[in-house]
Every structure is written in structure tokens, then in C-alpha cells.
Design a protein around this ligand. Structure first.
Ligand code: FES
Length: 356
């Protein structure tokens, strides 16, 4: 018989008023001088302990839940295919998210419920007292620990109840697959990111328009100190790829006092009377740079707090962004509307694509 490390007293299994099923001693031991029972009610056997039919039904429930989890994972993958988000239809995006999420939720919940039900209804139910011991046990205690694992395996039926075990392993293996399918959709499918981000809807003569109304902006309507969220005119009329184009072409337009603008020599003609336009897509990891502080002329990206100085060609003055926001060269047309002189002259968005 194993002995207690500190007292050397023989270790005995905790008393249980219910004799069957047999409990393993393991580390569930009490010393001879254990304190008095504080008055817990006597142990009551579960219905699955006394009724083999109910025990079998509980087992069936457990592996059914695990198989249900597998079905949930498969449904997530199917939903991702059945409701493709490539269609740029917001309704389809919602359906995709909803059905994918329902499948993933079912998969995870079924595993959770299955494991809990397995533990509560199928595994051996005994009450044990576990004494604390110094760290690093004697060989006898270590042998007892090994015994615990063996007994746990025997009592839980992990290796014996193959239907439950295999269905659980199957559910756990299949569950991460929907995540792989989901993440695959984040990557550019068949295009390299640098060329993809080097071309936007902007081209010579495209008017700058308000986001989201699409109304073109006159230079005369932009007062000093103001800032506008801007899209290319015509974006709203696109049948396909509207969101993708907007994600690349979104621009922030600001008007400063021309004396406060410190423009680069080669970009002197990229602004109009203190009006400048910069890509709204953060050069860190692509969040929209949406906050403009009029006093300091600083743009702030709320994602990781990168700051850009509009007065100094949007160079980075704080945060993890690695390069300035790309500038859109602008001018005015015959009717006084702001127009682009060309596309951006460098890729918009995250700069890590360009590192080799
Ligand atoms: S995405 Fe803008 S700071 Fe990270």
C-alpha cells in the first residue's frame, strides 16, 4: 500500500457511502488524522450508475453530440461556399457570416456539451478527498500518480469506449478546418498584393466626391480647417467590386492655410491652394485613418495609434506605420471641381507587402 510522503502513514481511499463503482485510490487519499466530515450530504448514485440502459443512452448522447459537431464544422465550410462574399452583395455577406457562424457555434457547443455530459453522466462518479503534499513525491507517490492516469483511463473509458473517443477526436480535428477556409478568403486570390495595391480607380480627371453620397466637391466649398472623406466619382455606380475599389481608393481631403504646408519640392503642384488629398488607408496594416486634429494638422489611425503630419506630406510622427500616407495629386477642372491628376504614384495600404 502507498504511504503519505510527510507522515509515512498508509494511504487509504476516501470513504464513500456508495460502494460501487470502485474508485481508484490515486492521490485521492486521507491521512489517519483527517478532519471531521463538515456535514456534506451522503453521496447519491446517479441514474446512469444504477440503470445500464440509461448508461447506454448517455453514451449514445455523447457521441451523437460529437458527430453533431462534425456536421456543424462541415456546414460552416459548405455555408462559406454557398454564400460567397465575392459577390460584393452586402446581403450575401450577412448570410455568409450568419450561416458560417451558426455552423461554427454548433460545432463548438456540441463538443462542449458532449464533454460535459460525458463527465457528468458516463464517467465514474465518486467523491474523493485529496490531501495536499509537498512538491516532488516519493517513488510510491509517483507510482500512485501513474496509477491515477491508468485508473482515469479505465474509469472514463477513453481507450475502451472507442465510439466516444474516436468521435471526439474527429470533432476536434474537423473543428479548425472552417477557420482555415475563412482565412483563405482574406488573402488576395490570384493576384500579387503590390500590383493590386498600386492601381486604384483614380485617374487623370476623376472628380473627388463625398463619401458616401458621391457628390463631387468644388474647391470653393472646402474651407480652411475642414476635412472630408472622399471617394472617386463613379464609385457608387459600379456594379461589381465596389467595396474592393473603395478599400483602395478612399481618400482624406484637408484644407490648410497654404503658409502652413511644407510641401516637397517635387510635389509643389500636387495640392490646390492649401487643399491636399492623402490615402485614407493606413500604411501599417490598412485600417482607415479617420481622425483629423485640426489644430496640429495630425491624422491619427485609431487601430495602433500611428500619427501622420499633414503639414509635412503626411510623414509618420508616431506609431508603427513604416511610411508616409501616399498623396493623391489633385487640381481643379474648368468648373471648379477638384479632380485627380493621376492615380497614386505608389502602392496604398500596408507597406509590408513591399519588403523582401
Ligand atoms: S493600422 Fe494604422 S496604426 Fe496600425
Amino acid at each position: 500500500m502507498a504511504q503519505d510522503d510527510t507522515s509515512g502513514a498508509d494511504l487509504v481511499a476516501a470513504d464513500s457511502s456508495h460502494a460501487a463503482p470502485a474508485a481508484s485510490p490515486g492521490t485521492a487519499v486521507i491521512a489517519a488524522d483527517a478532519f471531521e466530515n463538515p456535514g456534506f450530504p451522503p453521496h447519491r448514485p446517479r441514474v446512469t450508475d444504477e440503470n445500464p440502459e440509461r448508461q447506454k443512452r448517455a453514451q449514445r448522447t455523447v457521441y451523437t453530440l460529437f458527430y453533431l459537431s462534425i456536421l456543424g464544422s462541415i456546414w460552416s465550410i459548405a455555408a462559406y461556399m454557398l454564400f460567397p462574399i465575392e459577390s460584393n452583395d452586402v446581403g450575401m455577406v450577412r448570410l455568409n457570416n450568419m450561416f458560417f457562424g451558426l455552423g461554427a457555434a454548433l460545432a463548438l457547443l456540441a463538443i462542449g456539451f458532449g464533454v460535459v455530459h460525458w463527465g457528468k453522466a458516463v464517467m465514474t462518479d465518486v467523491e474523493l478527498v485529496d490531501e495536499r503534499h509537498p512538491i516532488g513525491g516519493s517513488p510510491e507517490t509517483q507510482a500512485a500518480a501513474v496509477q491515477v492516469f491508468q485508473d482515469s483511463d479505465r474509469e472514463s473509458g477513453f481507450t475502451r469506449r472507442t465510439a466516444i473517443r474516436n468521435s471526439l477526436i474527429g470533432a476536434l480535428l474537423v473543428f479548425p478546418i472552417p477557420a482555415l477556409v475563412l482565412f483563405r478568403g482574406f488573402a488576395p486570390q490570384d493576384q500579387l498584393p503590390v500590383p493590386l495595391l498600386s492601381h486604384t480607380m483614380w485617374k487623370k480627371g476623376t472628380r473627388l466626391a463625398l463619401d458616401p453620397s458621391g457628390v463631387p466637391i468644388r474647391a470653393a466649398d472646402v474651407t480652411i480647417g475642414s476635412a472630408f472623406h472622399v471617394i472617386p466619382e463613379g464609385l457608387q455606380d459600379l456594379e461589381h467590386g465596389k467595396l474592393e475599389e473603395k478599400a483602395k481608393a478612399a481618400v482624406l481631403l484637408m484644407r490648410l492655410n497654404p503658409d502652413e504646408l511644407n510641401e516637397r519640392e517635387d510635389r509643389k503642384d500636387w495640392s490646390y491652394d492649401g487643399i491636399v488629398a492623402y490615402s485614407k488607408i493606413c500604411t501599417h496594416v490598412g485600417c482607415p485613418v479617420a481622425l483629423y486634429e485640426q489644430h496640429t494638422h495630425h491624422l491619427l489611425c485609431p487601430c495602433h495609434q500611428s500619427q501622420f503630419d499633414v503639414a509635412n506630406h503626411c510623414e509618420v510622427i508616431f506609431g508603427p506605420a513604416a511610411r508616409a500616407l501616399p498623396q493623391l495629386p489633385i487640381a481643379i477642372d474648368d468648373e471648379g471641381y477638384l479632380v485627380a491628376q493621376s492615380d497614386f504614384t505608389e502602392p496604398v495600404g500596408p507597406s509590408f507587402w513591399e519588403r523582401h
